[in-house]
Design a protein around this ligand. Sequence first.
Ligand SMILES: [Zn+2]
Ligand SMILES: [Zn+2]
Length: 250
Amino acid sequence: MKNRICKIKRRLTQLFAPVDFRCMICGRDVFDELGFCPECLKRVTFNNGKTCKRCGVALDGEEDYCGNCSFDKTYFDRAYSPFCYDGAVRDAILDMKFNNCGAYAEVFARYLVFAARREQLQYDLVTFAPISRNSLKKRRYNQAQLLAEAFCDILECENLLCETIVKIRETEPQEKLSKTDRKTNLVGSYRLAPKSDVKGKKVLLIDDVKTTGATINECAKVLKNHGAQSVVALTVASRKENFDYENQQE
Ligand SMILES: [Zn+2]
Ligand SMILES: [Zn+2]
């Protein structure tokens, strides 16, 4: 029932803000479902080169794992992102999150489906990273949930979609913190959602962006602690290794 209501709500959003044939960046008409016009597409970085074998972030060097994954234990098994978090994709994601462009989730979900197919991901439950009550109040939607709904909609697997994690306390926005603080900021702020059961499940966890991976790692920790068999994360974009967090303004 809840899924059906979400679906109707989404259809209404689409009706009022059709994005299918508009460039997400400049609004120009496009004649395919890419979401970017040829000009803006030049500012898109696909994450299709060498990537970290655990977290899927783009790598420049010879190593198989990124700096984070070489040293830290992660609760998620693998993570994948079709885009790097920069240029036009970063602009569109920020609009999706903060400027009422929730409908962009429909476009980005196509890329998530593409990545899931390419990587032949196996899952029997699809879930999404939660946001806090306050953010939900302000934004009126959770972009990660919109992505997960659109993803299941395309693959006609709405029966697999389930809200499994809740955010139980307010945290500082990750974007404003240093790399070290990002890792500790979220600890203990997520719980398993009431009545959800993830025991023995192969979970696909969807979110918009992975920077240090702190959010998906904390979510995966909750899922694993409640018996999930595996957690694979799928985010629209991930931030490249060695990114200068300290000097980034968002
Ligand atoms: Zn454009
Ligand atoms: Zn990594």
